[in-house]
Design a protein around this ligand. Structure first.
Ligand code: NAD
Length: 351
């Protein structure tokens, strides 16, 4: 199996690459532009492996994408490259429109040209998995879950550009027959998560004795999924999902942000006792504009149709994640030192 992964130097993409190369024995070409969010250190485990190759390239570059398809001859594409941080999309949406919309369009066109030139057996086997977010569905009230049929209602520039890219991917399936599947996932967490996001930011700030900023009153609810569970789900969907379908991915782990932050503090207090309980570092800050109240995923279709189950619950997942940050300072220290979240106004990001 030969797989092009876009955005493979990012948080989820690197988990997908590690899973495909090390657990599945696939041949992977990682195409990544190495923006601030891309980090080849996250791929140390596959560096030099004969199943892994890297192309430093931008998905908006049509000629380079066409050449990559022609040279690598993939059986499958897993498209994760994106601008992914909501707060950055609010202060500067242009990169989001460029990569998430134009980049996805460019990649779909390069894939379509390549796919049309394949022999019939290879054409039938080809798959293009477009990886997206539950944020395209907007916000839930206290009740209900996002289903695959929930109407799109994005709130932020990030989710609006992801919604656009989902529509493009589905249109390429319906109009041109390109074998596309779309997945929409809830908030991920786990190792190799960039320190601007809520969980790693909280871990590292708490360790350093710095304030733990929480938007509003911390009442916003997110549905958390361990990143390695997501990587397995994506492989399964690409392999066995039905063409033209959408699959929601979620871990049934709904938590209020304030409870997530308190839980991390409690785990850290136990693992690395400090002079005072770390929850005293929590500071409530002005809420994000357009901040969605609640996200929660109904993953029944993925569970019943493809037999997927999340292996990690939130308690074990948070323990593993905190331990990973404690043991892997070599990975986060350079990012943390070069990154000034307060200056950028990136106080308590979601994803
Ligand atoms: P990330 O920001 O950590 O990584 C994105 C990667 O894409 C980076 O390596 C970056 O260098 C690369 N990239 C950005 N622009 C590019 C371009 N123009 N050309 C090539 N590469 C480019 O993101 P992530 O959290 O790993 O998310 C991956 C995908 O999963 C995204 O599509 C995101 O919308 C989706 N998603 C994320 C979450 C989450 O909780 N993080 C949840 C659901 C869905």
């Amino acid at each position: 199996m030969r797989v092009i992964v876009t955005g493979g130097a990012g948080f989820i993409g690197s988990a997908v690459v590690r899973h495909l190369v090390l657990d599945k024995g696939y041949q992977v070409l990682n195409i990544d532009a190495l923006t601030y969010a891309g980090n080849l250190a996250s791929l140390k485990a596959v560096d030099g492996h004969n199943g892994y190759a890297f192309a430093h390239a931008n998905i908006c570059d049509r000629a380079v994408m066409e050449q990559a398809f022609a040279d690598f001859r993939p059986d499958r594409v897993m498209h994760l490259a994106a601008e992914s941080h909501v707060d950055r999309s609010i202060t500067g949406a242009a990169d989001f429109v460029q990569t998430n919309v134009i980049g996805t369009f460019t990649l779909l066109e390069a894939a379509r040209g390549y796919w049309m030139g394949l022999e019939s057996q290879a054409r039938d086997a080809f798959r293009f998995l477009h990886v997206s977010t539950d944020e395209v569905y907007g916000s839930l009230g206290d009740e209900g879950l996002f289903e695959e049929t929930t109407p799109y209602d994005p709130s932020s520039p990030y989710s609006a550009t992801k919604a656009s890219s989902d529509h493009l991917a589905k249109a390429w399936q319906r109009t041109y027959g390109l074998p596309v599947i779309v997945s929409n996932c809830s908030n991920n967490y786990g190792p190799f998560h960039f320190p601007e996001k809520l969980i790693p930011l909280t871990i590292l700030n708490a360790l350093a004795g710095r304030p733990l900023p929480v938007y509003g009153k911390g009442e916003n609810v997110r549905d958390w999924l361990f990143v390695e569970d997501h990587a397995r789900a994506l492989d399964l969907i690409a392999e066995q999902g039905r063409l033209g379908e959408t699959y929601n991915v979620g871990g049934r782990n709904e938590r209020r942000n304030i409870d997530v932050v308190r839980q991390i503090c409690a785990v850290l207090d136990r693992m690395v006792p400090g002079s005072a309980p770390r929850h005293e570092l929590i500071e409530f800050v002005t809420d994000r504009p357009g901040h969605d109240a609640r996200y929660a995923i109904d993953a029944t279709k993925l569970e019943e149709e493809l037999g997927w189950r999340a292996q990690e619950n939130f308690e074990t997942g948070v323990e593993k994640t905190v331990r990973w940050y404690l043991e892997n300072e070599w990975w986060w220290r350079p990012l943390r030192d070069s990154y000034d979240g307060q200056r950028l106004g990136l106080t308590e990001p979601q994803k």
